[in-house]
Design a protein around this ligand. Structure first.
Ligand code: AMP
Ligand code: ZN
Length: 216
């Protein structure tokens, strides 16, 4: 099954993606994670992406599209993929549609996580991630057992440099101004399922599970 998951920063894309991958055996492709890895490895893509990410802006399409194309063509997507954080504008929506068709893996379902802005602020400023495994915590709603330490592997927890209220505002604007157009594009094709993401993670996942079971 070939899935897109969309929603503003803090809507729970990362958390839901981890669960979807576990239950449905698809390959997780997160462009944000790929950029963060590229930055910490100091690759050319990382160098290019860093200033945009630090500003909360979208990395140019040409860089992003190329990176996704390479990734989606790898063998581990043979049982499907879950694209998390891509596409983020109309041009990327066109790009994924044509490259996915080209490799015979067309987009089949789009999960759209909906949540009000006020709910995002708490989620974003409280978010902490494990340096080792990427597990996602929240100091308000889902804290680790020991502060600053991952429950799963003892890894150190950190806060993303773009997880501030100020940068959230910028990212949210990009979402409204650019990403919504790509959701609308897939909506016209009848692929979009709206999910209320302003609920506990288990409830959100329950609805996503039903949607994906029905498509499978
Ligand atoms: P995320 O982890 O999805 O919140 O992404 C973090 C940052 O990575 C974004 O604010 C952008 O700077 C960059 N990024 C991730 N995905 C894309 C994309 N599809 N197009 C452009 N920039 C992206
Ligand atoms: Zn960990």
């Amino acid at each position: 099954m070939n899935i897109l998951i969309m929603g503003p920063a803090g809507s729970g894309k990362g958390t839901m993606s981890t669960q979807i991958v576990k239950e449905f055996g698809v390959a997780h492709i997160s462009t944000g994670d790929m950029f963060r890895a590229a930055i910490s490895n100091g690759t050319p893509v990382g160098l290019e992406a860093k200033s945009y990410m630090d500003a909360g802006k979208l990395v140019p399409d040409e860089v992003t599209d190329r990176m996704v194309k390479e990734r989606i063509s790898q063998d581990d997507t043979k049982d499907g993929y879950l694209l998390d954080g891509y596409p983020r504008n109309l041009s990327q929506a066109h790009a994924i549609e044509s490259m996915a068709k080209e490799i015979g893996k067309p987009v089949e379902v789009v999960i759209n996580l909906e949540i009000p802005y006020e709910a995002l602020v708490k989620r974003i400023t409280g978010r902490r991630l494990c340096k080792t495994c990427g597990a996602i915590y929240n100091i308000y709603s889902n804290p680790s057992k020991t502060e600053g330490v991952c429950d799963l592997d003892g890894g150190e927890l950190y806060q993303r440099s773009d997880d501030t209220e100020e940068k959230l505002a910028v990212r949210y604007n990009e979402y409204i101004e650019q990403t919504q157009a790509s959701i609308e594009y897939f909506n016209e094709k009848g692929l979009v399922h709206n999910v209320n993401a302003d609920r506990p993670a288990e409830e959100v996942m329950e609805q996503i599970r039903k949607i994906l079971e029905a498509v499978k």
